[in-house]
Design a protein around this ligand. Sequence first.
Ligand SMILES: Cc1cc2nc3c(=O)[nH]c(=O)nc-3n(C[C@H](O)[C@H](O)[C@H](O)COP(=O)(O)OP(=O)(O)OC[C@H]3O[C@@H](n4cnc5c(N)ncnc54)[C@H](O)[C@@H]3O)c2cc1C
Length: 455
Amino acid sequence: MKHYDLIIIGAGRASNLAIKASKLGKKVALIEKSKLGGTCPNKGCVPSKLLIGYAHVARAVKESSRHFVDSTINNIDIQKIFEETNNYISKVDPRYESRLDENITLYRGEAHFIENKVIEVDDQHLTAPKILIATGTRPIEAPHEKAWTSDDIFPFNKEIPNSITIVGSGFIACELANFFDAIGVQTKLIARGDTLLRAEDEEIRKIFTDEFSKNVDVSFDTSIKDISYENNSFDLVLENKDGTKVNHKSDALLYATGRVANSDTLTLENTDIEVNERGFIKRDEFFETSVNGVYVTGDASGYHMLQHAAAYEVNYLGKILFEDEEKPLKFKYMPHAVFSEPEIASVGITEQEAKEKGITYVASTTNWLASARAIATKLEYPRTKFIINPHTYEILGCHMIGPESSTMMHQVLSVLHIDNDIRHLKDMLYIHPALSEAVLPAAVNAVSEAKKFKN
Ligand SMILES: Cc1cc2nc3c(=O)[nH]c(=O)nc-3n(C[C@H](O)[C@H](O)[C@H](O)COP(=O)(O)OP(=O)(O)OC[C@H]3O[C@@H](n4cnc5c(N)ncnc54)[C@H](O)[C@@H]3O)c2cc1C
């Protein structure tokens, strides 16, 4: 049996904790069955956003006539796009490995629990007083052996398809569909329901769905009834919910229909660690599982499924374990973005949630046309929606749709972080005529709605 101070299973965001602990002189075992760095830099956030960079440029050229620029795309070197992205991915694992020092023993294998505090990896048994499970998630398996998931795109080592069908309506499906469509691959998105991004604020998601569908061919209320694969191509039978069926041919088929927990790889049945009905590991507010000294952070707990949440949690767990932090982590807010065309950023509750929960609120939606930089984009759809408590001026939710929403949202996040009162966004000084200035009328309008509510 090998003894450590800390065992970490899963070298995604949790690899940062290994480094922190080792700097404090702790002996750490870091176990990873795939690539160091985990999903975000290898198969998730980073490579998918690298692709979005190419999509943006292609869209700008395609839509240049809006600015009276007559241009055509002669060629998009898709091979090169994937080569560069694959090249980035190939450097992630060595870069992470180079950060590990002599206090960290790296095990490249799948970890299994033998008992509560004993882990087996590569026929070796390890134990430690503190164990962190940070094993993340994987895509739901595609129902056909030739079909892909996002894991097959990162890295991409296949024939570039002329056409692709993507199944799903969440952010991964939309981001990938936007990319393939923008670079000229004939793309169809299959959505089971009548909308995309179901979890977003209804008003914002309607704008998103309308604008997105202007570029990408989306079949709503549709599912795939039959899949056959012959001569390097899929023959799909698509069925609308009204019962009508159509045949659709596609070189590639990609499923982005959700993610499942990797906890099933851990043989948790040998322990007292509890999981919920979806396989996510249960924990208390200090990240501790039902076994003392065994912790879980990030996607493995199923809470936020976002890189910034996983990174923040790991960092905070470091404070609990090594800096005597006694308070539990309570996220004041949890923002997210969809890096597609259009781009969405969102934080807090949606209007439908406010209604469902019977929360007293006022909502105000404002276009961006008060900002000259926004006018210059010649886009009419961008909006900022605030949902606020009319008595306290607290921001309960903010939802943006428009170019660089994810960047614009950060000024709202600063207020949420420091002193949640929308009047700061009304009173602060903005650079004229920056895109961010579009937040000013949105805040002014929301405050005025709150005043009307009170009178
Ligand atoms: C296509 C895509 C795009 C995304 N885009 C964004 C985005 O724009 N913004 C955002 O915030 N989030 C995004 N995400 C989500 C983000 O990647 C995750 O929330 C984040 O990576 C979770 O980090 P983690 O450390 O919890 O888990 P992971 O990074 O998934 O790390 C878990 C690690 O554990 C390893 N592992 C699992 N089981 C075992 C075992 N038994 N033994 C040993 N090792 C094991 C895995 O191999 C993996 O390396 C995206 C995800 C995908 C798939």
